[in-house]
Design a protein around this ligand. Structure first.
Ligand code: ATP
Length: 256
C-alpha cells in the first residue's frame, strides 16, 4: 500500500473549512531571555475557494502562522487543521505526504531542482505522488504563465521572474486543497507580479482554488477576498473585499 493512503483527502462533508488554527501558540527559545512568542493564541479559518492575504509588520508572525498551517512547523499549543485533518495527529512522515499530496507552495526561494527542466519541475510533485495530471489544465497553466517556450530550460537558464512562474505552475497544476504563497511577487517586476496575481485570482474564481498568501504589498493584498492583519503574534484586524487604499488605511491605523 502506498504511503499516500495514510493521509486521505478531506471528505466532501468536511470541506467547509480548507485550513484553520485554533488558539495557536508558537514559542521559540526556552530560557526567559531568548524566549519569543511568535503566535499568541491565534484562531482563524480559511474558507475553501477563497483567496486570503496575511499582512503585518516584520516579525509579527506571518511566516510562522503559514508554516504551522502548512505542516512545515509545529505549534507549541493549540491546533492546526488542513480540511478535517488535525496536523498534530500526524507523524513527520505523514505530514510530508500531506504537504506533497494536498498542498501547493510558492515560496521566495523557488525550490526548483537545478538538474530538471521547467516542465519536469512543474510535474514533479504529481509524479512523486503517482498522480496523473489533467493535461488541459496543465496546458492552461503553462500558457497563462507564458512558459510554453521555456519548458525545456533548466532553472539556471531562466530569469528570476520565469523561475517564479515555474514555481507557481508547479503549485497549481495538481489543484491542491490549499496553495500557500509567501511573498510570491517579492522578487518580480511590477508587470510580472501583476500577471502572477491575476493568475492566482483567476484560479480562485474559475477553479475554486484556495489560496493563502503572505504579503507586505497593499496592491498584492487587494487581489485577495480577505486580508488578515497580524501584530505581535495576534490577529488585530481584518478586511473583506480589500482595496489597495483600504489596506493602506488599515496599515496606517495599526501604526505600520
Ligand atoms: N527559528 C526561530 N527561532 C527563534 N525565533 C524565531 C524563529 N523563527 C521566527 N522567530 C521569531 O518569531 C517572530 C515571528 O517571526 P515570523 O518570521 O513569523 O515573522 P514575519 O511576520 O513573517 O516577519 P517578516 O515579515 O520579517 O518575514 C519574530 O520575532 C522572529 O524573530
Amino acid at each position: 500500500m502506498s504511503q499516500t493512503a495514510l493521509v486521505p483527502p478531506t471528505p466532501a462533508a468536511e470541506r467547509g473549512v480548507a485550513a484553520r488554527v485554533l488558539d495557536a501558540r508558537k514559542e521559540y527559545g526556552t530560557d526567559a531571555e531568548s524566549r519569543v512568542v511568535a503566535l499568541d493564541g491565534v484562531s482563524v479559518s480559511f474558507a475553501p475557494g477563497a483567496f486570503t492575504a496575511i499582512m503585518g509588520p516584520s516579525g509579527s508572525g506571518k511566516s510562522t502562522l503559514m508554516h504551522c498551517l502548512a505542516g512545515l512547523d509545529t505549534l507549541s499549543s493549540g491546533q492546526a487543521f488542513i480540511g478535517g485533518t488535525d496536523l498534530a495527529t500526524l507523524s513527520d512522515a505523514e505530514r510530508t505526504v500531506l504537504r506533497r499530496d494536498r498542498l501547493g507552495f510558492v515560496f521566495q526561494a523557488f525550490n526548483l531542482l537545478p538538474t530538471l527542466t521547467a516542465e519536469e519541475n512543474i510535474s514533479l510533485p504529481a509524479d512523486l505522488a503517482g498522480r496523473r495530471l489533467d493535461r488541459d489544465w496543465v496546458d492552461t497553466v503553462i500558457s497563462t504563465l507564458k512558459l510554453g517556450d521555456r519548458l525545456r530550460h533548466r532553472p539556471s537558464q531562466l530569469s528570476g521572474g520565469q523561475q517564479q512562474r515555474v514555481a507557481v505552475a508547479r503549485a497549481l497544476v495538481s489543484r491542491p486543497e490549499v496553495v500557500f504563497a509567501d511573498e510570491p511577487t517579492g522578487a518580480l517586476d511590477s508587470r510580472t507580479g501583476t500577471e502572477l496575481l491575476t493568475f492566482l485570482r483567476s484560479a480562485v474564481d474559475t477553479l475554486g482554488q484556495t489560496v493563502v498568501m503572505v504579503t507586505h504589498d497593499p496592491a498584492a493584498a487587494s487581489y485577495a477576498d480577505r486580508v488578515i492583519f497580524l501584530a505581535d503574534g495576534a490577529i488585530v484586524d481584518e478586511l473583506a473585499a480589500p482595496t489597495r487604499d483600504g489596506v493602506l488605511e488599515t496599515m496606517k491605523r495599526l501604526g505600520e
